[in-house]
Structure formats: structure tokens, C-alpha cells
Design a protein around this ligand. Structure first.
Ligand SMILES: Nc1ncnc2c1ncn2[C@@H]1O[C@H](COP(=O)(O)OP(=O)(O)OP(=O)(O)O)[C@@H](O)[C@H]1O
Length: 761
């Protein structure tokens, strides 16, 4: 599409300013009203539980509304569509209505169906649109207009990449980077829009090269889904998974500006409540931990904790000793395992079995003791010896005593202990003999030996899926807690019934009050209220609950996740309503994916749909030519995405010892003209390079892994030859490093130049 442009015209500018000012007045009025209501609610206190619950709901509602209204202050309205039938629609960051008139829409939310032509209309397929106008604002002032006339005559003069709102797009892309990602609502392109608005159900995979807007699309999709399927998603929330916390900080501000709060942003390492994975694994250990075979290693480690005695176990009880022989314990273990319940739950069965046996043995011993020393009286004709001395009540009492005895419990615990995932994993990794027993038949010795580490070591991100797996294998015997909860509920109900009785007897009390009390007793209503309360804090509640399942899960840099990471995520999303975005050419993690098919087959077979993004909005064509040479080394069949723009600045390459990096960085930082610069280096050089460089908030020194998903105005890649040599996925890493810049790129060799790059440069 090659739109004809109408020149900016001051009458239009003034007209749009009037309209935009009207929108801001409406926004202010909404804010005042939400603030007033919030203040009113906060001013109330006391009252019955129902009133308190309602106040909680209202407080959260108005606070969220205020946050949402605050987040759209910049760029409230950014577009206008004029249709052939003289209809005009304004598009913006949220919907506003004319509440004084007949509730006409003044501004259409970008996510609403009516806003769609703004992103999709082309000259060839104008969807009734005559003119698309991008409105540029600075604070509340209109500073420019970019018009496109969608005229079929212009359609075949088409631009190769089919860009919509080209001037506004290029202006957005030229912007200096601040270190925080911004939203792209004003300039979403058609191929991106189709992904953002794709249906909710099933697994959607978005494959796209660097800079094609995968992250941007994933976040806008979260906002779109919450807007469109609010009922379905608000209670369960949306989980957005990113590769590391630097990345989460980078994208953290985008969603509030899209007006969304029902989203939990997390790394996989943050998804096991109570564990903070702050340690790091070596590349090889992480790779082994990520393998699917670890499920079998862990299952074996759990089975190893279900022991039987070599010969007999002696259990002290009541001034005597009872014996549990190996065969009896084996029978009890087989029965407990046969229930197929998790370890901590099946333990109850094991205990019950052995308590039965012990009770039997204790009863016999008691009977023997009773008759000890008593002379045997010969049986008369017709008499039998079968009548037991202890009746069933006595036997039950002995069993109860055994169950309550600390020594008995200790003895049984030594065979089948109650154990947490954390304890089991710590004890497994800190004891080579335990590891050998569990992993010996499944991993080679040099593989399982990589997992050995001291017990005091910190948890790492790769431990988290293992803990999650163990939580499933071990389970939680919560029967005591459940019994306690049921007892509490019975007591509360009895109390409420008592209150109701008193109220009914008291004639002074009005009917309404009585109704409120009886409300508490209505289980359905009670459950519903609980539900409403949880709706408001879905993201927070989800963060604290390992068993939480999300309405939708979005995974960014999905290629980095290991098979064990996927198992964890799939548990969090049994509905398999997921959006996975990534680029298999950028995989750096040793346990990461090289094919979407391989990664997904265990969970959904081939029931997933693929969409591709093909245009690179970040990296200029000059830099992309160099990066394409690295991509060819990854796989010669892969094609780099086409860059949207050229800058006229070629990337440069130079040989220089490490000490020279500081001077080059200072030069590049100056050239970035107030923008950001990243120095990307191999892990082994990170500390030394960091020490050389001054503290500056515009300057970041990172490894390639840390820079994944980020972008900077300028980038210096140090020692590319070492980045390539450092891992089997070294070329993928170099490709990632070379595609982080929006303006300028320099490559500094410390040893030998890479012939591939020299040829391309
Ligand atoms: N339609 C658009 N309008 C304006 N800017 C855009 C658009 N699409 C993408 N961008 C910008 O392009 C840059 C790259 O986008 P993003 O980080 O989402 O790409 P990516 O595909 O996730 O890249 P990578 O795989 O390298 O992490 C960002 O600055 C983003 O804001």
C-alpha cells in the first residue's frame, strides 16, 4: 500500500485539538468520579461481613479504574478513521462515552472490534475506510497529523512490506530507547494485529526473527484477551513468562499502559511459591536438569525413600519390643504403592498396614504375658480354646496407643518419612550415593555427577521445575488440615445459627438485618462471594499458589525453556490456552528447543497453530546484513526477517585488546546522543569488562543471555569469536548479540576475526 498523503493543515490541527481536549475533559471527569467513590468507600467502616466484603470489592474496583485512567494520560487518542459514509471514529488507549448525551462513543478502545480497520485497512482492502489519520500528541497537545487516503488507485504502487501508518511507524522506530519497552498500540501492523486478536483457545505459536515484535505482540495479546474475554479470564488470570528478571523489568511497564492489571509476570524460576531461585547453574548442569529423564530420576529418588528393613526392625512399645520383619514391610509397601497415590498420601496406607500388624503382635504378646505363669487347665470334653481374651474394643485401644506412640511413629518414619520437595532435592543433590542410586541406570556417571552440590547451595532456576515435579510425586497429606477446616466451618455455622436465633427473638431488629445474617449461612452465596473476592486479586493469589491454573499462559522467548520447564507450565494451564512466542534460531540454553514440534508433541501432539512474523522493526538493514551471516552458520536454510528501515550507518568491526573497550564505549555512548548503549561480552569476560566501564544509567554491560529480548540504541559486541566458541549454540548467541541494536553496532575482536563476519561486513 502506498497511501497518498494529505499535507498537515492547521485548520485540521486546530479541529483535532478541540476534539482531543474534549476527550481529556471526559477523562478528567471519569477520574474525579472514580476518586470520589473511592474516598467514599474508604470513609466507611464496620458493619456486617457482607458490607465489608462489598467494600473490599468496591475499593479494588475503583483503585483499578483509577490506575487504568492514569495509565492512558500520554497518547490517550492516537487515531481517527473516516469512513465513506461520513462516519468518523476516534481510536485510543481506552473507551470513553458521552455520558451527558446519549452515551455515544467518543473514543473507541483499540481492542474493540470497531477499532480493527485502523490496523487492517489497506488501499487494496479498505474495509470502508476513506482516510486513516495518525494523531501525534505531546502531553495533551496535538503536534502532528499523518494521513493516509486508502484509495484503490494507489494500491498497486505497493510497498513491499505492506506497512500501515508508515510515517507514524517510522517515527516510533526512530525513537531513542529508554531501557523500558513502550506499547505500540498506535502503530500495530496487520500481521501483528492478526496474532493479537487470534482466538483464545488452543496453543498458538508465534515464530519470528529478532525485532519482529514478538514480545510487543505477546503483551498486546494479553491486554486484548483480558478485554475481550474478561469473564473467562479475570478469575483465573493470565500468566506471562519471560526468560529472566532483567527482561521482566524491561517489559514491566507495558501492560499498565495498556490498561491491564490481571496479569502475573514471572520467570519459570519464580513459579514455585516459597522458593527464590537466586543461584546459577553451570551450562551443563542446567542441561541435565532440564531433560525429561529427570522425571524418572526423581521418581526413583522418591521410591528410594520408601524403605524396608534389611532383616527386622525392632519397635519399642510398652516396655517391650515388637518386630517388623522385611516381608511384612514389603507387603505394606506394595499395598501403599499400589494405591498410586503420591508418597506423602500413600504413607498413610503404609502406616495403617503396619499399625494393624503391630497391634496384632502387641495383642498376642499381651495375651501371652497375661497367662504367663498361670498353670494350664486341661480342656473338658466339648470345650474349645478359640475364645480370645481381648475383645475388639481392647484391640482398638492398643492400636490407638501404638498410633499415638512417638517411638512407633519414629520407627515407621524411618521407613517411609513424610518429606517436602525441598528436603528431598537438597538431600538428593548433596549425597552422591543417593544420586547414584536414583540416576545410576538413567544417566551416565559424568552426567549425574554434574548435579552434585553442597546442601547449603542456593536454588537455581533449573531446580524449580524439579521441585514442582517432586511436589506432584510427593503430594501433601492434608487430611488433618481438612478435618480441622471442616470442624472450624461447623463451629462458625453453629455460631451464626445462634446469632440468627437471637436476632429472630429480638423484635427490635429489622428484617433486613436478619436477612443479612441468614445470608452468611447460604453456602452458595458464600462461595460466590469468595469467588468475587478472588477475581480481584487473581494475579496475587496465583503467585502464592502452586496449584493455581491460569486462564491463559503467554510464554516469551519460549525457545529457551527446557522440557522440564514445559512440564511445569503445562500443569499451570490444563486448558492449553496458550500463546508461545520465540525464535528457534535464537536458542541459547543448552536444554532449549530447536523445533516447536518436538517441544509441543508430548502435550498437544500436532494440535497447535503457527503464525509467523516476518518484518524486523528493530534492527536496521545495514546491521541485519551482518547478522544474517551469523544466522547462516546456525542453519543455512533460515532467513533473517526483512528490516523496515535503513539508517545509512554501517556496522564497524575492529581488533582491539580488552583494555580498549572503555574508550570505544565512551565514543559509542556519545554517538548514541542521549540514548542507550550495551556492551555485550562472553560470560568469562563480564566482570573484567564491567570493572573498566563507568557507572552510567544509559550504559549496560551484559552477557548475551542477559541481553536476550532487550534492545539498545547502540551495541558493542566484545570477543565474538569467544561467544561462538563458548557453547554448542554459540552462533545462535552471536546472532542474538548482533540483533540488539536499533541504530549502531560495533564488533570488537580481541583475537581472531570470524571470517564469516568479515566477509559480510
Ligand atoms: N508495530 C510496531 N510499531 C512500533 N514499534 C514496533 C512495532 N512492532 C515492533 N516494534 C518495536 O520493535 C522492537 C522489537 O520488538 P520486540 O522486542 O517485541 O521484538 P522481538 O521479536 O521480541 O525481538 P527478539 O526476538 O529479538 O527479542 C521494539 O522496540 C518494539 O517496540
Amino acid at each position: 500500500m502506498s497511501p497518498e498523503r494529505e499535507p498537515d493543515n492547521s485548520t485540521d490541527l486546530a479541529g483535532e485539538q478541540d476534539y482531543v481536549s474534549l476527550l481529556y475533559r471526559r477523562l478528567d471527569a471519569e477520574r474525579e468520579s472514580a476518586q470520589r467513590r473511592l474516598t467514599e468507600v474508604l470513609g466507611q467502616a464496620g458493619g456486617p461481613p457482607q458490607a465489608r466484603t462489598e467494600r473490599d470489592v468496591a475499593t479494588t474496583l475503583y483503585s483499578e479504574r483509577l490506575a487504568q485512567l492514569g495509565s492512558v494520560e500520554q497518547g490517550l487518542c492516537f487515531g481517527r478513521l473516516d469512513f465513506h459514509e461520513d462516519e468518523t471514529v476516534y481510536v485510543g488507549r481506552l473507551g470513553l462515552f458521552d455520558e451527558d448525551g446519549d452515551y455515544e462513543p467518543l473514543l473507541i478502545d483499540w481492542r474493540a472490534p470497531a477499532a480493527r480497520p485502523f490496523y487492517l485497512a489497506t488501499a487494496a482492502s479498505p474495509e470502508g475506510v476513506r482516510r486513516r489519520r495518525h494523531i501525534r500528541t505531546l502531553s495533551r497537545r496535538v503536534v502532528g497529523l499523518d494521513d493516509e487516503i486508502l484509495d484503490l488507485r494507489a494500491a498497486d504502487q505497493g510497498h513491499d512490506l505492506g506497512l500501515a501508518g508508515e510515517a507514524a511507524l517510522l517515527a516510533a522506530l526512530e525513537r531513542r530507547r529508554t531501557g523500558e519497552m513502550s506499547d505500540i498500540v498506535a502503530t500495530i501492523q496487520a500481521e501483528q494485529d492478526r496474532i493479537i486478536r487470534d482466538e483464545l483457545g488452543g496453543v498458538l505459536v508465534v515464530q519470528g526473527g529478532p525485532g519482529t515484535g514478538k514480545t510487543a505482540v505477546a503483551l498486546h495479546r494479553a491486554a486484548y484477551l483480558l478485554y475481550t474475554y474478561r469473564q473467562q479470564l479475570a478469575t483465573r488470570g493470565v500468566l506471562v513468562v519471560g526468560p529472566n528478571s532483567t527482561f521482566l523489568r524491561y517489559i514491566g511497564q507495558v501492560l499498565p499502559s495498556l490498561g491491564e492489571t490481571g496479569v502475573l509476570l514471572a520467570t519459570v524460576g519464580q513459579l514455585f511459591p516459597g522458593v527464590r531461585a537466586r543461584g546459577t547453574d553451570g551450562r551443563e548442569a542446567a542441561e541435565v536438569k532440564g531433560r525429561l529423564v529427570m522425571t524418572r530420576v526423581l521418581a526413583a529418588a522418591v521410591a528410594d525413600r520408601q524403605r524396608v528393613p534389611e532383616d527386622v526392625l525392632e519397635v519399642e512399645f510398652d516396655d517391650g519390643v515388637l518386630q517388623l520383619d522385611r516381608a511384612t514391610c514389603e507387603r505394606a509397601r506394595a499395598k501403599a504403592r499400589g494405591t498410586l497415590r503420591p508418597h506423602n498420601v500413600a504413607r498413610r496406607v503404609f502406616f495403617e498396614e503396619l499399625l494393624d500388624v503391630l497391634a496384632e503382635r502387641a495383642a498376642s504378646r499381651f495375651e501371652v504375658d497375661l497367662f504367663d505363669g498361670v498353670p494350664e487347665i486341661p480342656l473338658k470334653a466339648g470345650e474349645t480354646a478359640g475364645v480370645p481374651v481381648l475383645d475388639s474394643g481392647d484391640r482398638a485401644e492398643i492400636r490407638a496407643e501404638l498410633a499415638a506412640s512417638a517411638t512407633v511413629r519414629e520407627a515407621l518414619d524411618s521407613l517411609w518419612p513424610k518429606i517436602t520437595p525441598q528436603r528431598l532435592l537438597r538431600e538428593l543433590f548433596s549425597a552422591p550415593e543417593r544420586l547414584e542410586s536414583a540416576a545410576g541406570g538413567l544417566l551416565a556417571e559424568e552426567e549425574w555427577a554434574r548435579l552434585v552440590r553442597p546442601a547449603a547451595e542456593r536454588w537455581t532456576p533449573a531446580d524449580v521445575p524439579l521441585l514442582d515435579e517432586l511436589a506432584e510425586l510427593l503430594g501433601e497429606d492434608d487430611s488433618d488440615q481438612r478435618a480441622a477446616r471442616a470442624r472450624r466451618e461447623r463451629e462458625e455455622r453453629a455460631y451464626a445459627e445462634g446469632v440468627l436465633d437471637i436476632l429472630e427473638q429480638d423484635e427490635e431488629i429489622i428484617d433486613e438485618e436478619v436477612l443479612r445474617v441468614s445470608d452468611i449461612l447460604d453456602a452458595e452465596l458464600f462461595a460466590e462471594r469468595q469467588q468475587r473476592r478472588s477475581e480481584l486479586t487473581a494475579a496475587q493469589r496465583a503467585a502464592a499458589d502452586r496449584r493455581w491454573t491460569f486462564g491463559h499462559v503467554i510464554v516469551d522467548e519460549a525457545q529457551e525453556l527446557s522440557p522440564m520447564d514445559w512440564r511445569l507450565l503445562m500443569r499451570r494451564c490444563p486448558s492449553r490456552s496458550m500463546t508461545l512466542v520465540g525464535d528457534v534460531a535464537q536458542t541459547g540454553a543448552a536444554a532449549g528447543a530447536s523445533s516447536w514440534h518436538e517441544m509441543l508433541a508430548p502435550y498437544v501432539e500436532d494440535r497447535w497453530r503457527l503464525r509467523e512474523l516476518t518484518v524486523n522493526y528493530r534492527t536496521p538493514a545495514e546491521i541485519m546484513r551482518l547478522a544474517a551471516a551469523a544466522l547462516a552458520e546456525v542453519d543455512s536454510r533460515l532467513r533473517a526477517p526483512s528490516s523496515v528501515r535503513e539508517t545509512g550507518v554501517e556496522p564497524w568491526q575492529r581488533k582491539m585488546p580488552e583494555e580498549g573497550v572503555a574508550g570505544l564505549a565512551a565514543r559509542e555512548l556519545a554517538a548514541a546522543d542521549g540514548g542507550t548503549l550495551a556492551v555485550l561480552c562472553p560470560d568469562s569476560r563480564l566482570d573484567r569488562v564491567r570493572q573498566q566501564l563507568p557507572e552510567d544509567e544509559r550504559l549496560s554491560v551484559l552477557t548475551v543471555g542477559e541481553a536476550k529480548g532487550l534492545e539498545f540504541d547502540g551495541v558493542l559486541v566484545v570477543a565474538p569469536e569467544e561467544i561462538v566458541a563458548a557453547s554448542p549454540r554459540g552462533w545462535n548467541d552471536l546472532y542474538v548479540a548482533l540483533t540488539r541494536a536499533t541504530q549502531r553496532l560495533g564488533v570488537v575482536y580481541t583475537e581472531h576475526a570470524l571470517p564469516t563476519l568479515v566477509g559480510a561486513g
